[in-house]
Design a protein around this ligand. Structure first.
Ligand code: GLU
Length: 402
């Protein structure tokens, strides 16, 4: 953020404001387990900056979640909403817990108690959560219902990524993957490379990676290797991604997919390909991986999958990295459209949502690409500069209270 602020010509005072989150709330979340015992979890909600609009960002449930990680992710959301120029600030939240080790009832009680604990921060004009790692539309429905019960009225615009039955939007679930593919197309175009027949390697086959594999194949690419937590599979001719999804849904592991050969997941990065898409957790591409990464283009579908040390190595090796705040911004852009519809109480035509989503990502990509050319800098630096300029403009327009 500091380097971007310097390139953007932002004053020292505004730069200092962007270095720290505006608000960090830590809460205790006591939950009655099915056994009858009470377990106390720790949760957070962070507002990084709200000069451009209400705090926007997901809620994640993860056993290794920390306060500093939530704050860093909230800062990324300020940049992400600014880079696609939607009227939100940046926020993030979550609870340190292992949802895989909880029953549905325990998960619901955790979600509702956490929502109550952060309720004073939430509102359509204050802070609008959404799904993130290990949370989904069901969790958003519990959050919405808890807020509605607390306020005694219907507030559908308080959360996005809701189920259709309570004002959600059909295209929300696949929007992150759609935005990633849009960036892949734009990057191949800008680099004058052929997309059709090009090979893609994908890490992650969940909420983003699953639909993404299918969309990349539909765009004419050969998805040659896919890894998830349970293993990896490789087929140099291209995997049948729909078949792989069916196989995984039926409980099969990556390595046992009959349409490819099992691959050691640590070898994923060395598979020859034109494109690598990390679509799992932070830090997947570290310095050691960056030294041996085979493909010359990385599109970050996950948040923060390339470590800062790896980023320097990739830049030195001439590998192009489309940064997360641009590449995966389709999700939050869809959230913006859902929020707008919930506020209007009027659903948009699906074709309109798709067109606006595509245009928003294309415009952001072109702006960032042009800035990267004019600065002679990486796409990540250029995206940060574009975002910081927009946030700084909002802070300066508002002036400082009192
Ligand atoms: N969790 C998603 C992200 O990191 C979406 C956030 C949102 O829609 O508010 O971008």
């Amino acid at each position: 953020m500091a380097a971007a602020a310097a390139s953007a010509g932002v004053g020292a005072g505004v730069a200092a404001m962007l270095q720290v989150p505006e608000r960090v709330v830590e809460v205790a979340v006591p939950v009655r387990r099915d056994s009858g015992e009470i377990e106390v979890f720790t949760g957070w909600r962070v507002h990084h900056n709200v000069a451009r609009g209400p705090a926007k960002g997901g809620i994640r449930f993860h056993p290794a979640l920390t306060a500093s990680e939530v704050s860093a992710l909230a800062a990324d959301m300020s940049l992400k909403t600014a880079v696609v120029d939607i009227p939100f600030g940046g926020g993030k939240g979550g609870v340190r817990c292992d949802p895989g080790a909880m029953s549905l009832g325990e998960l619901e009680r955790l979600t509702r108690r956490y929502t109550v604990a952060i309720a004073s921060l939430l509102g359509p004009d204050q802070d609008v959560p959404a799904p993130d790692v290990n949370t989904d539309e069901r969790v958003m429905a519990w959050l919405l219902d808890t807020v509605d019960v607390l306020h005694g009225r219907s507030m559908p615009a308080v959360v996005t990524g809701k189920p259709l039955a309570v004002g959600g939007m059909r295209l929300h679930a696949g929007a992150t993957a759609s935005g990633v593919v849009r960036c892949v197309r734009a990057a191949f175009g800008a680099l004058h490379r052929d997309l059709v027949g090009a090979r893609a390697v994908l890490q992650g086959f969940g909420k983003v990676g699953g639909p993404l594999a299918f969309l990349l194949q539909s765009a004419g690419m050969r998805v040659v290797a896919v890894a998830d937590v349970g293993g990896a599979v490789w087929n140099p001719g291209g995997l049948d991604t729909a078949g792989l999804a069916d196989h995984v849904t039926a409980g099969g592991s990556m390595g046992s997919f009959p349409g490819g050969s099992a691959l050691d997941p640590t070898e994923l990065w060395e598979v020859e390909a034109e494109l690598t898409v990390p679509a799992a957790l932070e830090g997947a591409i570290d310095a050691a991986v960056a030294e041996r990464l085979a493909s010359a283009l990385v599109v970050e579908a996950a948040n923060g999958p390339v470590t800062p040390a790896a980023d320097e190595i990739l830049a030195r090796r001439g590998t192009i990295v489309v940064p997360d705040i641009l590449a995966n911004a389709g999700g939050v852009t869809a959230s913006y459209f859902e929020w707008a519809q919930s506020r209007q109480g009027y659903p948009w035509d699906e074709a309109l949502v798709a067109t606006r989503l595509g245009r928003t990502i294309d415009d952001a990509f072109s702006t960032v690409w042009a800035r990267s050319q004019s600065l002679g800098a990486t796409l990540r630096h250029a995206a940060n500069v574009v975002a910081v300029e927009r946030i700084a403009a909002a802070i300066e327009a508002r002036g400082l209270f009192p």
